[in-house]
Design a protein around this ligand. Structure first.
Ligand SMILES: Nc1ncnc2c1ncn2[C@@H]1O[C@H](COP(=O)(O)OP(=O)(O)OP(=O)(O)O)[C@@H](O)[C@H]1O
Ligand SMILES: [Mg+2]
Length: 501
C-alpha cells in the first residue's frame, strides 16, 4: 500500500472569541489522488488548508510530509516543501507580464529559471489545459480564467507535490473548469496530490478519489469515491437540512402575479474596461414581482450591464428607467435610494468592508439618508438577519474579515435582500454559498419577488439556478441579450447553444 504524501493528525485550531474552527482533525493525502474537503459554510475548510500552507499554525496536532514530521512556518516555507495553494482571488501583479509574474514567484523562493524556460513551460501548460495565453501579455489584460491558469502554471513551475485549490476553480465557466479538471487528472498521475475545496458537490464526487467531510470543525465522514453517493455526502454535510437542497422550480405557493414595470431598459450601450462595447443595444422590462434571469458564460457583458443598471458604470447610449424616472447616468446614490438592492460580482471585494463589523456593514447601506445612525435599530436588523441566514458566528460586532467566505456572502445577500423594496440587481447571488444555504437564498429571492412585489434582475453562470428561479430567461452572449425564453417550455439545449455560439 502506498503511504500518504501528506498527513495531519489531531489538528486543533481555535480563534479568539471562542470559535473552535478545527477539532481533532486527521486526514491523509495520497500521491496520485485528488482529495476533496467538503463542508458547509464555516465548517473549517479554509482554516485547515491555511494551516497546510503556513498561514496559520495549529494549536495542537502534527503534520507529516513524506513520513517526516514537519512544521510549516509560512507560505514560502510551504512552497519550498512542495505545498502550493491557489485560492479564489488571483494573487498576481497586474502591471507585470505573465512570464514576469512567474519568474518573480520562482525567485521569491530562491529558484531561478531563464525567462525563455519560463515562457516555454508556461506555453506547455496552457496548451495542455487548452486555453491559449501569450506569456508576454500583461496580467491586467487577462480575464479571470486566464489569471487562474497562470496561478496553476505557477504551482506547476514551483514543482508542487501537493496542490491545494480553495474554491480556485469554482468560479470558472463550466466548460473551462472541465478543461482544468482534465489537466488535474494528468497532474496527479505524476505522483502529485491535489486537495480540492468546492461547494459543487456533484463535481467533487466526479473528480476526487477520496472525500473528507468537515462539520463544525470535526471530520464527520471519510469516504473513497467508489463507495460515496451524493445523498450520503449531503447528509453528512448538512444533516436534516440536506433534504431542503433542490433545483426544482419553486411553484405553489409561489404564484406569479406580475405588476407594473419597475425597470425598463432601452437600447442600452455600455463600454467595458478597455473601451470595447460590453453591452450592445440591450432592451428589456422587469415588472413588479417578476424575476428576470440572465444566463451566460462569464465575461459576456453581464457584469457591465448590472453595473450600468445600478449606476456604477457609465451608459454610452440608451436609457434606464426605474419607477418611471430616467436614471441613466444619475449615479449609484440616486438609484440605490429608490430601494434598489445590488449584489455585485466579487462581493467580498466590492460589497463589504472587511475591516468593519457586520453591523457596520449593514448600517453602511441602511443609514444612507440618516445623518445620525440609529445604532439600536441597526443592531436589531443585523440580529434578525444573522438569525434568518444563520450567519456564524452570530455576533453583530465581529469583524467581517473574521468570517468564512460563505458567511461574508451571507452578510451581503441578506443585507441587499432586506434593503430591496423595489428592485434587486444581482450577479451570481449564491456564489460561495453551500448548497443548503444557496437553496435557502434562492427561495428568499423568490419570496421577495412574490411577497414584496420586488422586481428582480439577476445574472448567473449557474444555468440550473437561472432555470429554477426565473419567470423569463435571457441569454447574454458578447454583449447581446437574447430572449425572453420561457424557462419551462424552452429546451435547456437551446439556451446552452445560445450561451456558447
Ligand atoms: N482569523 C480568524 N479569526 C477568527 N475566526 C476565524 C478566523 N478565520 C476563520 N475563523 C472562523 O473559523 C470558522 C471556520 O472558517 P473557515 O473559513 O475555515 O470556513 P470554511 O469551511 O472555509 O467556510 P466557507 O465555505 O464559507 O468558505 C468560521 O467560524 C470563521 O468565522
Ligand atoms: Mg472557505
Amino acid at each position: 500500500m502506498t503511504s500518504p504524501l501528506l498527513s495531519i493528525t489531531g489538528i486543533n485550531k481555535s480563534f479568539p472569541g471562542g470559535v473552535i474552527a478545527l477539532d481533532d482533525v486527521s486526514m491523509e493525502f495520497y500521491p496520485g489522488e485528488v482529495t476533496a474537503i467538503l463542508g458547509e459554510n464555516g465548517a473549517g475548510k479554509s482554516t485547515l488548508v491555511k494551516i497546510l500552507y503556513g498561514i496559520y499554525s495549529p494549536d495542537k496536532g502534527d503534520i507529516f510530509f513524506q513520513g517526516k514530521r514537519i512544521v510549516i512556518g509560512s507560505p514560502i516555507d510551504a512552497i519550498k516543501k512542495g505545498i502550493v495553494m491557489v485560492s479564489q482571488i488571483p494573487q498576481l501583479i497586474d502591471r507585470l507580464t505573465v512570464a514576469e509574474n512567474l519568474s518573480l514567484s520562482l525567485t521569491s523562493v530562491g529558484l531561478f529559471e531563464s525567462m525563455k524556460n519560463v515562457r516555454r513551460v508556461f506555453k506547455e501548460i496552457s496548451d495542455k489545459i487548452g486555453i491559449k495565453i501569450n506569456p508576454d501579455a500583461k496580467v491586467w489584460s487577462l480575464n479571470y480564467t486566464q489569471k487562474q491558469l497562470v496561478e496553476i502554471a505557477r504551482a506547476v513551475l514551483l514543482d508542487a507535490k501537493v496542490l491545494i485549490l480553495d474554491e480556485a476553480l469554482t468560479y470558472l465557466p463550466v466548460e473551462e473548469r472541465r478543461k482544468f479538471y482534465v489537466y488535474l487528472q494528468r497532474f496527479k498521475e505524476e505522483g502529485r496530490s491535489i486537495v480540492l475545496i468546492t461547494h459543487k458537490i456533484p463535481e467533487a464526487l466526479e473528480i476526487s478519489d477520496r472525500i473528507y467531510i468537515l462539520r463544525r470543525g470535526k471530520v464527520v465522514g471519510s469516504l473513497v469515491r467508489e463507495n460515496a453517493t451524493l445523498e450520503q455526502i449531503r447528509e453528512l454535510m448538512f444533516g436534516e437540512a440536506a433534504k431542503l437542497i433542490t433545483y426544482e422550480r419553486f411553484s405553489n405557493p409561489y404564484e406569479i402575479q406580475v405588476g407594473e414595470p419597475i425597470i425598463q431598459v432601452e437600447n442600452l450601450v455600455v463600454e467595458g474596461e478597455y473601451g470595447e462595447i460590453a453591452v450592445n443595444k440591450v432592451s428589456f422590462k422587469a415588472r413588479a414581482g417578476e424575476i428576470i434571469g440572465i444566463a451566460g458564460i462569464v465575461g459576456n457583458g453581464q457584469r457591465e450591464l448590472l453595473e450600468a443598471l445600478v449606476g456604477l458604470r457609465r451608459i454610452r447610449s440608451g436609457r434606464v428607467i426605474i419607477d418611471g424616472v430616467d436614471v441613466s447616468n444619475k449615479g449609484v446614490g440616486v438609484i440605490r435610494e429608490k430601494g434598489v438592492g445590488f449584489i455585485p460580482d466579487q462581493p467580498l471585494r466590492y460589497a463589504v468592508s472587511a475591516e468593519n463589523t457586520i453591523v457596520e456593514n449593514i448600517a453602511a447601506l441602511f443609514s444612507r439618508q440618516q445623518v445620525v445612525i440609529n445604532w439600536s435599530s441597526m443592531i436589531e436588523i443585523t440580529n434578525k438577519l444573522i438569525k434568518e441566514y444563520s450567519i456564524y458566528p452570530p455576533n453583530p460586532n465581529i469583524h467581517v474579515k473574521l468570517l468564512s467566505g460563505g458567511n461574508i456572502m451571507k452578510v451581503v445577500v441578506s443585507r441587499e435582500l432586506e434593503y430591496a423594496t423595489r428592485a434587486l440587481l444581482a450577479y451570481n447571488p449564491t456564489r460561495g454559498l453551500d448548497e443548503a444555504t444557496a437553496t435557502f437564498v434562492r427561495k428568499k429571492i423568490k419570496e421577495k419577488a412574490v411577497g414584496d412585489k420586488v422586481s428582480i434582475v439577476f445574472a448567473s453562470e449557474d444555468l440550473d439556478e437561472v432555470l429554477q428561479l426565473s419567470d423569463a430567461v435571457f441569454v447574454m452572449n458578447r454583449g447581446v441579450l437574447y430572449g425572453p425564453f420561457d424557462p419551462v417550455s424552452t429546451p435547456r439545449s437551446k439556451i446552452e447553444e445560445l450561451m456558447v455560439m
